[in-house]
Design a protein. Structure first.
Length: 381
């Protein structure tokens, strides 16, 4: 696959803390190119939106050549700010947060690299800043302060006005204007804001108490790159899967999307997992309870991993075994250790594994061969 068209799945990230941002700017910054820093901050923002992009999007948004982006990505990988995994011709990016100053300076490579490229004095200065040695408040405070005289002209009427504002509660009702401001025209073009679309968005937002950030993400994922239409079916799907109250009854009979969300403590299901579930429904034609049993088994038995290749390998074996219920799936899982134990192992002997047998010659035969060899020596002379 051409790299420019390769999809990028970026693991959700909650952003950097104030100290992590200091570390990125002051410690990692001097070791990175400006392109690498731009790529990191861009990916950090995209990760919080939970959208899928391609390298072509990076080229357009960052105004960089593909080779430059690839080089910047590898820079981030070398400094352990990014890990890249490839599967099914797609890249899965895992952003890593900067180390704090203590871990950075004591790291077996990073601290030495900073000293080598920037200098020990600069490292000592930055660490001192972050530790707070220069702001220990041991000196005399010469800061200017507010004087009580600033309220000399403050009167009772102003106090009444202030108390009215201070007592205001934050409204829990949905406000479409607030949502549109947060989305902006880039994410939600005005031409797609039809009365019917806005009415349905408001209805779902009110019914399921969806926060503005989630709504913004669902709207973005429901508009194709060409921005030709608003996919209301996809919007409803995302809203209902992540916010609908838990269905009644046995969790293994729930829709797989809701089951998986609960399995990962309410974290919204990412698009790659939604596509995987869709294939399990349509390609393998499994029922909800079989899919949920498969997801539960894969996550618990493989360290939380839900890689497509792994899931499809198990799904194919279940399809061959004609698994059509949760009971049949559990029976197959229970028998799996026995099958592994009873599996015959064939050892292939290699030439160097066997010691050649000792050759024992008859004494007379040995002497005859020696005489023959000596005779050959004489003939050559």
């Amino acid at each position: 696959m051409v790299l420019g068209k390769m999809k990028l799945y970026i693991e959700q990230n909650d952003g950097l803390s104030r100290l992590e941002q200091f570390s990125l700017d002051l410690l990692y910054g001097p070791l990175l190119s400006l392109e690498a820093l731009r790529l990191y901050t861009y990916l950090l923002s995209i990760s919080q939106l939970n959208i899928i992009v391609t390298y072509s999007h990076l080229i357009e948004h960052l105004q960089m050549e593909l080779d430059t982006i690839e080089s910047a990505r590898k820079e981030l990988e070398r400094l352990m700010l990014l890990a890249t995994f490839e599967e099914d011709n797609n890249h899965y990016l895992k952003l890593k947060k900067p180390l704090d100053y203590h871990a950075f300076k004591n790291h077996e490579v990073l601290g030495r690299l900073f000293v080598h490229q920037v200098g020990s004095e600069r490292l000592q200065e930055i660490v001192s800043l972050l530790i707070g040695r220069r702001f220990d408040q041991k000196g005399t405070d010469i800061s200017d302060h507010l004087s009580p005289s600033v309220l000399d002209n403050y009167n009772n009427q102003k106090e009444v006005s202030y108390r009215a504002v201070a007592s205001m509660d934050v409204s829990d009702t949905f406000d479409m204007a607030t949502l549109l401001i947060q989305c902006g025209e880039t994410i939600f073009p005005p031409k797609l804001r039809t009365e019917n679309v806005l009415k349905q968005i408001e209805g779902y937002a009110t019914a399921y108490q969806i926060d503005y950030q989630s709504l913004k993400r669902y709207i973005n994922e429901s508009i194709p790159l060409e921005q030709t239409h608003f996919d209301m079916k996809n919007f409803k799907h995302l809203a209902s899967i992540n916010h609908q109250p838990l269905p009644p009854g046995d969790p293994f009979t729930w829709p797989p999307e809701k089951f998986l969300a609960q399995l990962q403590d309410g974290v919204p299901v990412i698009n790659s997992d939604l596509y995987l579930i869709k294939d399990l429904k349509e390609k393998y034609q499994f029922s909800f309870e079989v899919i949920n049993t498969l997801l539960d088994y894969t996550i618990k038995e493989h360290g939380g991993s839900l890689g497509r290749n792994l899931v499809e390998k198990i799904a194919t074996s279940w399809k061959r075994a004609k698994v059509n219920s949760r009971e049949a799936a559990l029976k197959l899982i229970e028998n799996e250790p026995a099958r592994k134990t009873n599996k015959k192992v064939t050892l292939i002997k290699k030439a160097y594994d066997e010691k050649p047998p000792d050759i024992v010659l008859d004494p007379q035969e040995r002497q005859r061969m020696i005489n023959k060899i000596k005779g050959l020596d004489k003939n050559e002379e």
